[in-house]
Write a protein of this length. Sequence first.
Lengths: 499, 151
Amino acid sequence: MDTLLCLLHGFSVSLQPQNLFYCFLGVLMGTLVGVLPGVGPTATIALLLPATLKLNPVSAIIMLSGICYGAMYGGSTTSILLNIPGEASSVVTCLDGYQMARQGRGGPALGMAAFGSFIAGTFSIIGLVVLAPTLADFALKFGPPEYFTLMIMGLTVVTYLARKSMAKALIMTAAGIIVGCIGLDPITSATRFTFGENTLYDGLGLAPVIMGLFGISEVLENVGVFVKKEIFEGKIKGLLPNKNDWKTCALPITRGTLLGFFLGILPGVGTVVPQFLTYTLEKRLSRHPTKFGTGMIEGVASPEAANNAAVGGTFIPLLSLGIPSNAMTAMLLGALMIFGLSPGPLLISSSPDLFWGVIASMYIGNVMLLVLNLPLIPVWVRVLKIPYSYLSAMIILFCLIGAYSLNNNITDVIVLWFFGLVGFFAKKFEYEPAPFVLAFVLGPMIETALRRSLIMSDGSFWIFFQRPISAVFLSVAILALAVPLFIKKRIGAGLASDE
Amino acid sequence: MQKLDRFSGLFWVILSLVIAIHSHRLGVGSVGDPGPGFIFFYGALFIGLMAMLLLVGSLTKKEDETGAGIFENVHWVKVLLPFAYILLYALALEKAGFMISTFLLIFLLLKTIEAKRWFVATFVGIAASLGTYAMFELWLHVRLPRGILGF
């Protein structure tokens, strides 16, 4: 009953005209960045963060959250029409979606992607309402050892799921922790790796780092490669799937939703892995597995449901524990901290307007996306026809202005440039940026939790094993590191070879 | 990829040594009383260890062709020049001002990325600098640098 009342309160907050407007703006921008290859929701949130500082925190987080799930809807459009995923979480949709478009069934593919996303999004919001407060109550038992081991578990899961080398992912994770700790020591105030620059006393800004790694480097990677994109030019008709399509997709959507949601909750998993796992599952369960990749509508419905459900799942550790599970939620965590909010178990009680308002706005946003997405498809197709030179120049410009406007400081722009370079070459050498970003955000929290734990235990590391919850987290982390030594094929590496 | 792994492995080994030395100077402290350099030192050691594994792996594995073409299918001019423009933009922004720096940046990007005609690049450069000025300075009240010419 309490939960229902809180949810109604959330709707009263999110249905205020200004919050409705920002929710709409967020989902529209999210869809746009989802449609456009080269810039994703993480870089977009980083880009818009300086502009949202003028807003009240609830409106700002509503808008930024809208970008997250809006991008999931938008990513499927380019996958189906262009055979190029707009987002990493829509890679798998290319396999069958584009084939459906070539067979004249682009409409039902787009329609089923939208409906599947809506159903999954709705379910994940219900899950969020039920689980987040429960997890927050449970997390009140957490102390520094539990937080430390939970964050370590999240980082090791991310590295285990790395699609390329795990050693490289571990290097990026450790590098992220180190870079995240640059600045003043929290206990002694000693300067650490600031190179005499007092602008670095507070550390490197999250927004310039992410915009560099995910914005600048992605854009220039696309610019520098000789790829000719072919937009499917046929007329898109019949956006509503027929009865047979619904019959075929009912169970795949259900499976995709459940798998996506529960996987999304796990720190480190994010929205990319669930789509691969559900696609593989559907292929294995199908009566016609060899037809996957030739235009099977289940191959569109299930991954799209999974990635949208995963978004809701990723919000659970963020809002209830204050632990981000991927780069996107890491950015949202940064936003919450910039607004002076304390993400963690007490967020629900200290900022109920924000918590319940954001959840209610997620449902409203999903409705907006379903209603708007399909009619706006011709608009997105026109946007995709804009020459990439104009888009890339504007994206670069927005990143630069975004970085500068944070503190009116050139240092942030130079940080953006530097991490753009790092991101570009890291990808060439097959180092994934996601573990770095997650570690960068968690680094200072890991250091603080570690030092507090060691103070509590008078320097004994056994504290992490003596406390039961901490021991469970640490065991999972150790398993994630040890299993690849015995099993040749990791899940992450398997996903890379399935592409 | 083995060749690239050797190069990157060596890079990380050297970097980890540099970080470890500097963090030692900060003061590593002890396990019971970690110092400011604690997490940097042990983080650097971990990176060094992983990098050594990568290096050894790249030396012992059979050379394969995967990733060999990574640097071949890249139009380097279109990548490196924009990086240079971005750095120059950062250095010139506060001196030259937002409008001039932005116009030059967009102009140069369009000429480099897709060799747009002078007229088109000029027009888009002016439109972009005016449009973003209106959006950020006038609508969002973000203070943009004026530069020596006052705008």
